[in-house]
Write a protein that binds this ligand. Structure first.
Ligand SMILES: Nc1nc2c(ncn2[C@@H]2O[C@H](COP(=O)(O)OP(=O)(O)OP(=O)(O)O)[C@@H](O)[C@H]2O)c(=O)[nH]1
Ligand SMILES: [Mg+2]
Length: 221
């Protein structure tokens, strides 16, 4: 009887666990975001922004929400460390991609890296959230401008890809190209955030929480 009740209790109180990857260029604010999540959603406050240095490797943070545990993986964004990201793709249920909205000069680099995540086969069907960070800064680009910048980049990228395909194919063998980037970018969610001040952080976690529940990868649990 005890085992039966214990089993029933465990079943009723069971929490699904989901992994969320936090990606983005170095200096985008990924670790600051993770530490703010810890402060807002757990009993142990995260590190203060002035105690955070560049990430060489990974940071992890776990938060408990109704019937769900979200496990966040914050990976180093420096060029040499990005090659490690795909090792995490198979296990993740959602991706939060952080962009430094104050750094206009690096937006194209951010889109190139974002696109490489976007088009990884393991990420297909995984909820992807774009976070326009550092909105507290007077120089920051607005959410609308970030979206526009990405859409412009993605459209150009799709045209370049189509042109490359056309150049490579013999005229008789041409098939229409359907660039994945363009298709997915139409439904891309962008949230403005200040990881330092905390604005937008709850909205980001709420979005991820809702989306992982419906994620295709849920079935693999
Ligand atoms: N103004 C402002 N600065 C921020 C914000 N978030 C992060 N920063 C600053 O941006 C710098 C980089 O932040 P990190 O969180 O270390 O960036 P990261 O993406 O983890 O960088 P890597 O670990 O190198 O990949 C730090 O000086 C932060 O204080 C924000 O919301 N607003
Ligand atoms: Mg970091």
């Amino acid at each position: 009887m005890y085992h039966l009740l214990k089993g029933l209790y465990q079943h009723l109180t069971r929490k699904d666990e989901f992994s969320v990857l936090i990606l983005g260029l170095d200096g985008a604010g990924k670790t600051t975001f993770l530490e703010k999540i810890k402060t807002l959603f757990s009993d142990t406050p995260g590190l203060a922004p002035d105690k955070i240095g560049p990430t060489v490797g990974q940071n992890m943070g776990k938060i408990t929400l109704p019937s769900t545990v979200l496990q966040f993986w914050d990976l180093g964004g420096q060029t040499s460390l990005r090659a490690l990201w795909p090792r995490y793709y198979d296990e993740c249920h959602a991706v939060a991609f952080v962009v430094d909205a104050t750094d206009r000069d690096r937006l194209h680099e951010a889109w190139e890296v974002f696109d490489s995540v976007f088009s990884a086969p393991q990420i297909l069907g995984v909820p992807l959230l774009l976070l326009a960070n550092k909105q507290d800064h007077p120089e920051s680009v607005s959410v609308e401008e970030i979206r526009e910048s990405y859409d412009t980049w993605a459209a150009q990228h799709a045209r370049d890809e189509a042109q490359r395909e056309e150049d490579a194919l013999d005229a008789n063998e041409r098939t229409p190209v359907a660039p994945q980037t363009g298709q997915r970018s139409a439904s891309l969610e962008v949230i403005g955030m200040s990881a330092i001040e905390g604005t937008g952080v709850r909205a980001a976690v709420d979005w991820l929480f809702l989306r992982v529940q419906n994620s295709r990868r849920r079935e693999t649990h």
